[in-house]
Design a binder for this molecule. Structure first.
Ligand SMILES: [Ca+2]
Ligand SMILES: [Ca+2]
Length: 254
C-alpha cells in the first residue's frame, strides 16, 4: 500500500479533539527536512525556477517546457540548451568537496545517449566534474553516479547496472557520499544500492549546479522533484522518497 492511500488521525494534544489528514495533506513522520538544502518541484517553466526551501532558485537555460511529471508537473528537456542552473559563483551549497551529501531526482528519459546528464555539479571552466547523475558512458540502459577527482586521483564512476534505465519510464535515482563511512552509492527505484569505497573528496574547483545537464551533456525527457541534502540519507528515508513508486512532494514532509 502506498502512503498516498493513507488517512491518519491523531489527538491534537490541546483540546483532545481527533484530527485527521487525508493523503493530500499528509505530513510524513520523517526526518527528511533535516539538512535538506534544496527541493525543486519543477511545476512551471518560470525563470527563476523556484527552490521550495527558498535557498537556491535556479536560472533557466534554453527552453524547457512544462509536462506531466512524477508528482503533478515536471519539466521537459529537449537536449538542446535546456537546463535550470546556478552559476559557479553561487553554487557553493552543491559543491562536493570532502562533505557528505545526497542528491535525488525523478527522471523519464525519452532518448538515451552516453553521458546525458540529469543533475550534477561541475566546472564549466576546467571541465572538472564534482558529481553527476547521468546515463552511463558505455551503456545506455544504465544510470551512473559520475564522480570527479580530487588531488589528481580520479574516482571510478559507479554504474547502477545494465537494465537500470528504461526509455519512457520513470526512475528515482539517488546518489550519495558518506564522508564518515568513506563510501559513495547509487540506488535506482529502491533496488539494492551499488556502493564503492571513496577516501578522497569529490573535487574542489568552482562549480556550477545544473538540472538537465552534466558537463554540458544534456538530458532528453522529463525531470521532476529534484532534491539535495548535506548528509547521507538513511535507507528508510530513501524508501520514503520512493514511496512504493509514487514519490512524494515537499509539502508532505515539510
Ligand atoms: Ca513536480
Ligand atoms: Ca531546447
Amino acid at each position: 500500500m502506498g502512503i498516498d492511500a493513507v488517512t491518519i488521525c491523531y489527538d491534537d494534544g490541546v483540546t483532545g479533539s481527533e484530527v485527521c489528514q487525508s493523503s493530500q495533506s499528509l505530513i510524513l513522520p520523517s526526518s527528511l527536512s533535516g539538512d535538506l538544502v534544496s527541493w525543486y518541484a519543477l511545476e512551471t517553466s518560470s525563470d527563476p525556477q523556484p527552490d521550495e526551501t527558498g535557498a537556491n532558485n535556479l536560472t533557466k537555460g534554453g527552453d524547457p517546457t512544462t509536462g506531466t511529471g512524477k508528482k503533478s508537473n515536471g519539466q521537459v528537456f529537449d537536449g538542446v540548451g535546456d537546463e535550470y542552473y546556478i552559476s559557479s559563483a553561487s553554487a557553493g551549497d552543491f559543491k562536493p568537496g570532502d562533505s557528505s551529501f545526497t542528491a535525488a531526482i525523478w527522471a523519464y528519459p525519452t532518448t538515451a545517449s552516453f553521458n546525458d546528464g540529469a543533475m550534477g555539479c561541475y566546472s564549466t571552466l576546467s571541465g572538472g566534474l564534482g558529481w553527476g547523475i547521468r546515463i552511463d558512458g558505455s551503456d545506455t540502459t544504465a544510470w551512473q553516479f559520475a564522480r570527479g577527482e580530487n588531488s589528481g586521483t580520479s574516482e571510478p564512476d559507479i554504474s547502477a547496472g545494465a537494465g537500470s534505465l528504461t526509455l519512457n519510464a520513470w526512475h528515482l535515482i539517488i546518489v550519495w557520499r558518506d564522508a564518515d563511512a568513506q563510501e559513495c552509492g547509487i540506488q535506482v527505484n529502491n533496488n539494492t544500492p551499488v556502493t564503492s569505497a571513496q577516501v578522497l573528496g569529490l573535487g574542489t574547483p568552482a562549480y556550477k549546479f545544473s538540472i538537465g545537464s552534466v558537463l554540458n551533456n544534456r538530458f532528453v525527457g522529463t525531470l521532476d522533484e529534484a532534491a539535495f541534502w548535506n548528509r547521507p540519507l538513511t535507507s528508510d528515508e530513501r524508501d520514503i522518497l520512493w514511496n512504493n513508486g509514487n514519490g512524494i512532494t515537499y509539502s508532505q514532509f515539510s
